[in-house]
Write a protein that binds this ligand. Sequence first.
Ligand SMILES: Nc1ncnc2c1ncn2[C@@H]1O[C@H](COP(=O)(O)OP(=O)(O)O)[C@@H](O)[C@H]1O
Ligand SMILES: [Mg+2]
Length: 372
Amino acid sequence: MQAGSVLSAASDDARFLRLERLTKRFDDVAAVDGISIDIPKGQIFALLGSSGCGKSTLLRMLAGFETPTEGHILLEGVDIATMPAYERPINMMFQSYALFPHMTVWDNVAFGLRRQRVAAVQIAERVEKMLGLVQLKPFAKRKPHQLSGGQQQRVALARSLALEPRLLLLDEPLGALDRKLREQTQFELQTIIKNVGVTCVMVTHDQEEAMTMADRIAIMSKGQFLQVGSPTEIYETPNCRFVADFIGKANLFAGVLETDAADHCIVATPSGRFLVGHGITGVTGMELCVAVRPEEISLAHVPPEDPDCNYLRGQVLERAYFGSSSLYRIKLDSGERLQVSIASTERHAELLEIGAQVHATFDPDSIVVLTA
Ligand SMILES: Nc1ncnc2c1ncn2[C@@H]1O[C@H](COP(=O)(O)OP(=O)(O)O)[C@@H](O)[C@H]1O
Ligand SMILES: [Mg+2]
């Protein structure tokens, strides 16, 4: 019996938050279009997509600020789709985190608890705990304007967490911070959320933010999830052109499947034939696309010795120096463009000159074949 109950607790945790065919239409446009997903307890789940793809609408349905047109939102097995926002054990932290300017940090964190008429002793306990968590105890008596942007962000998080929500929602949590502070705060917020163990759904259009903070990312487009996976899965094995192109940089070549075997396949493209280090169980002649990341490509002044390797010839059009790496834009003999990133630690003494003739090679295992 005991084994059974442990098992069922584990599967309950795996579907802590379950969305079933969740849909929101505004007039005839589906802002969120039939999304189903299970989000396990304790996970940081990021919705990533460009402006207008439906991220905020999805989050607002979770918070209770929008009513779904169709579908269900199950939190620990209870359908909350039509429950009023204030009854949900959920807290949302907004982009403009709007601390009360005339209140101290301490009072800002206590605000929600006072409104819920929690006993004073408990409020004090909870606020102290939260301020410790976000490492702002020494700043308890300050007003928001006496804090840095990152510290203000942590006060807002403490205020959200003080209510001990079952689910924490973050809409563009770091949108108000400048780049440098943002990077640091990403790590801080992630650490705090993980320490508390609260399940979190966050919205961002910034892929670095999603990759840094989230356990799992959903790439959204036109109200749907195109791919859901860990940051590594999304980057290394994108499942379609949109995702390959959206996450990081990718060289995409359209072509047709020429050979398909168990351990390799060959794709013919206008720029050349590419050997891929795995089969795809496709149909010979089918149209598809291959993707190669800029950092997977090597450049040389001379052609490769191995005549069978993946090889492209071209001319350096442009280069951008980023300190840790340089990005080259190359015009291939076929007319197509190639982006190549060379780490500064790997590059030879001098940078490749604009106009130089170069020979690009890449490994069969570095290619991702996309059929959608
Ligand atoms: N209240 C609304 N009324 C009508 N259309 C809306 C409303 N809210 C959002 N939309 C539309 O739904 C789509 C998704 O919007 P939104 O969820 O805000 O996207 P995101 O947060 O990803 O930028 C957009 O086309 C937007 O114009
Ligand atoms: Mg939005």
